[in-house]
Write a protein that binds this ligand. Structure first.
Ligand SMILES: [Zn+2]
Length: 245
């Protein structure tokens, strides 16, 4: 009985690790934590997305075919402009969950994002795992990031790595921030190929989907190319793209 239970536990752990490659090296190789977000691995993401979907998403009356694109870890001078160009081609609006550090480093990109009708969300100051911060550090981190977004700040926050707990939720709520997760994570950060990213988006997208992609934190040419393929197909199917926040 004990052996069976032990085997089950080890199997579950192996499956968990295989599904979350970023976990292998992230705590030990800090750049992997940033380059390879493990946001898809948190079991609480689906619960969170449901709760947030009900309260944050502005559903368009009479237009059921709406998809919500979100981009994390930017802005980035290499990839964000390419994604903005693509969104403009389709008259699409999206939400960019930016870090405070990147926002203050690339203010012109923030201006372009907002002037083209997209919205911003708080993705921490420097992509910290918020569950590791003290209550004071958490408050300072989120406040500083909101301040960096200034007049463009929204009540939306997505914790890096989708890492959250009661303390993070409480700390965010004290600042009037709601946690926004996603309903579909094509894992573009693993760079599986543009066609695979596109296929994952197209095959799983549905009305009200919140799609998690990345415009920063690493080389994102596959994200750009995969999104281009997916948007072409989805828009031909009548979908439109709106900002979740
Ligand atoms: Zn991130």
């Amino acid at each position: 009985m004990t052996a069976v239970a032990g085997f089950g536990l080890i199997s579950a752990l192996l499956v968990f690790l295989l599904q979350t490659p970023g976990l292998w090296s992230c705590p030990f190789v800090p750049e992997h934590c940033f380059d390879r977000p493990i946001e898809s691995s948190e079991s609480e993401s689906s619960e969170g997305s449901y709760a947030v979907e009900q309260s944050v998403v502005q559903r368009a009356e009479g237009d059921p075919a709406t998809i919500y694109l979100t981009f994390d870890d930017g802005p980035n001078p290499d990839w964000t402009p390419q994604i903005l160009d693509l969104l403009a081609q389709y008259g699409a609006r999206a939400t960019f969950f930016v870090t405070g550090w990147a926002a203050t480093t690339y203010p012109a990109l923030i201006d372009r994002i907002t002037s083209e009708g997209h919205t911003l969300g708080n993705h921490s100051w420097g992509h910290e795992n918020l569950t590791t911060l003290t209550s004071n550090e958490l408050q300072q981190n989120l406040r500083r990031t909101q301040a960096a977004l200034g007049e463009h700040a929204t009540p939306c926050m997505r914790p890096p790595y989708f890492a959250s707990n009661d303390d993070v939720r409480r700390g965010a709520a004290e600042l009037g921030l709601q946690l926004v997760f996603g309903t579909l994570e094509p894992q573009d950060w693993t760079r599986p190929g543009a066609d695979v990213i596109a296929e994952r988006i197209v095959s799983s997208a549905y009305t009200g989907s919140i799609i998690v992609l990345h415009d920063g934190g690493g080389e994102r040419s596959q994200t750009v190319a995969g999104l281009a393929l997916a948007m072409e197909l989805l828009s031909s199917q009548g979908y439109r793209f709106e900002a979740v926040c």
